[in-house]
Ligand binder design. Structure first.
Ligand code: PAF
Length: 280
């Protein structure tokens, strides 16, 4: 497996593969790779001839009081894990190479970014959409793989690619959980042992809603009441949001009539975790 840090090198490498008729698959990440990321790499390996994973902690998607500085940076072990999962090239550019000057250009997706994480993290999705566009311009993939834990990110990026005719197929991949149900996230590393235990409340709340929905409950009010009561019973948890939204428009719904997403963001101490459940 090759480690590339230079922009020209990744461009040339991908261009060469495209000229040879190869399918280029891309897994954009911020590193601290876990099974969730590795499942994306494995899927790309099955479907593509050249698999490129980017590892870049993108400063423009973090708010001023967020965890950019302390975000885990573990390039060496990430490369070993990526290689084992079938990655051909890790692209890990320096921040100065990606942003050599103050960027005056932003990619903004309207409406879909107004609610959920967009409300709690103003500017976050502009940072994501801009860096994803920038990385797509460098890597020129045919397919890019996104995990459904970041459900809103997936919907936003998919719409951005459709609106701008980017020509990259966005492939959604299932959320991956620990055996006890906690959704995998690089931020799980921040949790103290007590917070790690308490964090299971997100999965518990979603499971209750899932059971209620399977028994015929479709009302958003009733499903959310169940979820909020469960979350609020955990003293270490502080709810940022718990919402039931349409799976395509991300607008709040009154009832599950077509595919909907129950989306949660919950603080455990200073750590903000997200999780979701797709109901249809
Ligand atoms: O999901 C992530 O890790 C990031 O938001 C992404 C897509 C790599 C952009 O920085």
């Amino acid at each position: 497996m090759k480690l590339v840090t230079e922009l020209d090198e990744i461009r040339n490498l991908s261009e060469k593969a495209r000229c040879e008729g190869k399918v280029v698959g891309f897994v954009p990440t911020m590193g601290a790779l876990h099974e969730g990321h590795l499942s994306l790499i494995r899927r790309a390996r099955q479907e593509c001839d050249l698999v490129i994973t980017s590892i870049f902690v993108n400063p423009t998607q973090f708010g001023p009081n967020e965890d950019y500085a302390r975000y885990p940076r573990t390039l060496e072990s990430d490369c070993a894990l990526a290689e084992k999962a079938g990655c051909d090239v890790v692209f890990a550019p320096e921040v100065e190479a990606i942003y050599p000057r103050e960027p005056l250009t932003k990619v903004h997706v309207d409406k879909l970014t107004e609610g959920l994480c967009g409300r709690s993290r103003p500017g976050h999705f502009d940072g994501v959409c801009t860096v994803v566009t920038l990385l797509f311009n460098l890597v020129r993939p045919h397919k890019a793989y996104f995990g459904l834990k970041d459900y809103q990110q997936y919907v936003v990026v998919k719409r951005m690619c459709a609106d701008l005719h980017v020509g990259v197929e966005i492939v959604p991949c299932p959320l991956v959980r620990e055996p006890d149900g906690l959704a995998l996230s690089s931020r799980n590393k921040y949790l103290s042992p007590e917070e790690r235990k308490a964090a299971l409340v997100l999965f518990r709340a979603l499971e209750k809603a899932k059971k209620a929905h399977q028994s015929g409950e479709t009302s958003a009010q009733n499903l959310l009441k169940l979820v909020r009561e469960t979350l609020e019973a955990e003293p270490l948890a502080r709810v940022d949001y718990a919402e039931l939204v349409d799976a395509e428009t991300l607008e709040p719904v009154q009832a599950v009539q077509r595919p909907a997403v129950l989306a949660l963001a919950v603080y455990l101490g200073d750590t903000r975790l997200i999780d979701n459940l797709i109901l249809d």
